[in-house]
Ligand binder design. Structure first.
Ligand code: FRU
Length: 417
């Protein structure tokens, strides 16, 4: 798998669609896989929802619940679910060489999907126009997508999810080393409200904080047409680790805003040492905006957690440097996290943790500055088999990294200096 797609909450069920190859563990034959969960923790996989064809690969996109049946595609009972996805046209298609936005809909709660006969519904004659994320807004439906090579997010609106008109274009801004992919745009209360701000999220194929791909976000305002970042906001990393990409949020979760990212990195995603499967998602994370001590609204991420994962919480007092070492039962394959509350730095060293030889880009020592804070640094470490997630400062800083130890990382040592 790669990107999460079409995250949507319907009738008590979370749906996760995702980029997948139904015929192998290498990227290709791109289709939408499907899994559902009652709690964001336990997932059941279903049949492929949208399958590639000879002429069309099904790239990333989103799903909305069309409550008012604005599309007219409902069958009179429940509101239809409408997917907007990118058609990547293959050689042999009359549209070969372009990417355009297409529609599919479901009237059985997301289990089966029909492609709209008038596809694509939005075409700009571009080779790199993709990853539509749609949300409901008082002015109609709004779509954010990318012109990937131009490092731009393009905004559109629609009354019926079928006919789209251009609103505005954002970027380039912030990190532009890699192509821009998988945008999202949503509004959140600041410090619980009543004031709100808008968050624009965009992933980058290269130039990420730990090398390779990464995800940045901007905080600002959306005036029904245009997203304008706050003065001086040139983007921040959503996650400072190497393995958090294409993160987007669920539709239809009311006041909660929940994101999932792909826990891998295009620098080595195709080569990870897992012969029967490849890649997984991050934990689901509820996000909120809170002002830092410096006064800037910062995104905080709070993972949805089960009780039986190995997790560890600690508080590192001001001026202290604390080192956490995770190993196997036998003390092998150390993964070393250093939280330095004196030098204001956090580092994660996975260079000696199990198999690191499959790519020269993998055995990294990730280092990131600790943001503004008052007092001690609280740290939560979650180990979920091959994915380690670190949440510091109440989720104002997160760091996600894959590891491939020879046995589970069950043992934790902590040193403070
Ligand atoms: C991001 C991405 C998207 C595209 C999809 C194809 O990882 O490149 O831009 O839609 O993957 O699988």
């Amino acid at each position: 798998m790669n990107d999460p797609n079409g995250l949507v909450f319907v009738d008590g069920v979370y749906h996760l669609f995702f980029q997948t190859n139904p015929e192998g563990v290498e990227w290709g034959n791109m289709s939408w896989g499907h899994a559902t969960s009652p709690d964001l923790l336990t997932w059941t996989e279903h049949d492929v929802a949208l399958r590639f064809s000879e002429q069309e690969a099904v790239f990333s996109g989103s799903v909305v619940v069309d409550h008012g049946n604005t599309s007219g595609l409902g069958d009179g009972d429940a509101p239809p679910l409408v997917a907007l996805y990118t058609s990547h046209y293959e050689v042999g298609s009359p549209r070969a060489g372009t990417q355009a936005q297409s529609l599919a809909w479901s009237t059985d709660g997301g289990m089966t999907w029909r492609r709209y006969p008038g596809n694509p519904v939005l075409c700009r004659q571009s080779a790199d126009f993709r990853d539509p994320k749609v949300f409901g807004h008082p002015t109609g439906w709004v779509m954010v997508a990318v012109e990937a090579n131009h490092r731009q997010v393009v905004l559109y609106r629609s009354d019926d999810l079928l006919a789209w008109e251009h609103l505005s274009t954002f970027g380039p801004l912030g990190s532009t080393e890699g192509v821009w992919e998988c945008p999202d745009l949503f509004e959140l209360p600041v410090d619980g409200g009543p004031q709100t701000a808008w968050v624009l999220v965009v992933s980058l194929g290269a130039g990420g904080p730990a090398g390779g791909s990464g995800t940045q976000y901007f905080v600002g305002d959306f005036d029904d047409r245009t997203f304008t970042p706050l003065p001086g906001d040139t983007g921040r990393w959503l996650d400072v680790g190497p393995d958090h990409y294409a993160a987007v949020s669920f539709d239809n979760t009311g006041d909660r805003r929940i994101m999932i990212g792909w826990a891998s990195n295009w620098a080595y995603a195709r080569r990870t040492p897992t012969p029967t499967w490849r890649s997984s998602m991050s934990l689901a994370r509820e996000v909120s905006l809170r002002r830092s001590p410096g006064g800037r609204p910062v995104l905080h991420q709070d993972p949805v957690l089960p009780d039986d994962l190995l997790q560890h919480r600690l508080a590192v007092p001001a001026g202290v440097r604390s080192t956490l070492t995770l190993t196997t039962d036998e003390g092998r394959d150390p993964l070393v996290l250093t939280v330095d509350a004196g030098a204001d730095r956090i580092t994660l060293d996975r260079s000696r943790c199990g198999d690191v030889t499959f790519s020269p880009d993998f055995p990294t020592v990730v280092e990131a500055p600790l943001p503004d804070r008052d007092g001690a640094v609280d740290v939560l470490v979650v180990v979920d088999a091959s994915v380690v997630e670190v949440y510091a400062l109440d989720g104002a800083l997160t760091l996600t990294a894959q590891v491939f130890p020879s046995a589970p990382l069950t043992t934790l040592g902590v040193d403070a200096a």
